[in-house]
Design a protein around this ligand. Structure first.
Ligand code: SF4
Length: 383
């Protein structure tokens, strides 16, 4: 049984804030207020004052969150507390809500939280809520959600029409792309230092279906942002672009309006066969073309790779290594990660393929020389 308050009264709300969930919490916190707990001990010391506690986390953080939830449940027992009610959302809870309930949460919001979280809290103030896994209603108009605290990069686009088999984004936010209006973006960034953005693919801004760039809209956005006279970063941290969206027309906009040194995009594999299998929707030639265009326009290509996909063999990996060597030769940067099956994705029940010794040796050497970075070593040890 989950503890449910049934009186209509003020609720004391707590949010667990970490470096990994700032982007999610900063969108929800302004909608309902409460206390942000950066420090877990502080949270435990204040637990008897809380009616509701909200977590948002990714699969990589699951074990740490579980440890905290066990401690919270134990403290509630020791102090004979009915509350706080524990609510979870974010990538892991959305992908595997049953696991999240089994971790000890009372409620899980699957998908987007802006509409559903305040609604759930209002209901909990008044009555018992039986349904514990709740599908989050999707926000239609991002402009209606324009308070962000703590300040993070601004989300300019939500949803992705692509279908990469390893990725949670279309499962959480759907395939329909929704763009924040230029007016709204310009208003929001006024309080920022450097201008940076959150989007599944920066070059899809303004595109109706997100499948190809809308150059006119992109230029309009970047022109307006460049008038703000702050450093403007687009298509680099924390958002990237898809390789086939890197064309003369898009890259020229970055060169004209932005302060980027890098253009960040995902290749994921150097094998066309593997790209097809993981449903990336682009080819190795698209990646090569993107690299060459970056070099031509004096931008450094920063390219992501994933090793250990299900059914990946040493020939696929050899092709990836060849592509990585090409990028290094062009003075580009490479991030290599080890595949992790994420809940809610096509691959959720698949296991990573173990890497052969030769691949590990080559990646290790490149990493030692500082030519590639990423968390593939750590993830390899964990799996
Ligand atoms: S990896 Fe990028 S392009 Fe592919 S589905 Fe995810 S967000 Fe979309």
């Amino acid at each position: 049984m989950c503890p449910i308050s049934n009186t209509n009264r003020h609720f004391n709300i707590g949010f667990r804030l970490t470096s990994k969930n700032r982007y999610s919490i900063s969108k929800l916190y302004p909608l309902i207020g409460g206390i942000l707990f950066k420090n877990f001990n502080e949270l435990i010391n204040n637990i008897e004052h809380l009616d509701v506690l909200i977590y948002s986390f990714m699969t990589m953080q699951r074990d740490n969150v579980l440890e905290e939830i066990n401690k919270i449940i134990q403290t509630k027992k020791e102090k004979e507390l009915e509350n706080p009610i524990l609510i979870a959302g974010g990538p892991h809870p959305s992908g595997n809500p049953k696991d999240t309930i089994n971790m000890g949460f009372d409620y899980v919001i699957v998908g987007e939280g802006e509409i559903t979280l305040p609604r759930l809290i209002n209901k909990l103030k008044k009555e018992k809520v039986e349904e514990r896994i709740i599908i989050g209603e999707r926000v239609r108009n991002l402009d209606e959600y324009n308070k962000i605290y703590p300040m993070t990069p601004i989300e300019i686009t939500r949803g992705c029409p692509f279908n990469c088999r390893f990725c949670q984004t279309p499962q959480i936010f759907g395939k329909d792309v929704r763009h924040r209006s230029i007016e709204n973006i310009v208003k929001l960034v006024k309080n920022m230092g450097d201008l940076r953005f959150i989007t599944p693919n920066a070059f899809c801004y303004g595109s109706k279906n997100g499948l190809k760039p809308n150059i006119e809209k992109l230029e309009h956005l970047l022109r307006e942002l460049s008038k703000i006279k702050r450093r403007l970063f687009f298509g680099t941290f924390p958002s990237e672009v898809r390789p086939e969206f890197i064309k003369k027309e898009t890259i020229e906009l970055v060169v004209k309006y932005c302060d980027n040194k890098y253009l960040h995009f995902g290749a994921q594999s150097g094998s066309d066969e593997m790209l097809k299998y993981i449903r990336r929707g682009h080819t190795v030639d698209d990646v090569l073309n993107a690299i060459d265009l970056c070099v031509e326009y004096n931008l450094i290509p920063k390219v992501d790779f994933i090793f250990g996909f299900p059914n990946e063999n040493e020939f696929h990996r050899k092709e990836s290594i060849e592509l990585i060597k090409y990028i290094i030769k062009k003075n580009g940067k490479v991030h290599a990660h080890y595949f992790m099956p994420l809940p809610g994705t096509y691959f959720e029940n698949s296991s990573p393929t173990l890497l052969d010794k030769e691949t590990l040796k080559i990646l290790g050497k490149l990493s030692q020389k500082g030519l590639i970075s990423g968390s593939w070593g750590y993830q390899y040890m964990k799996c």
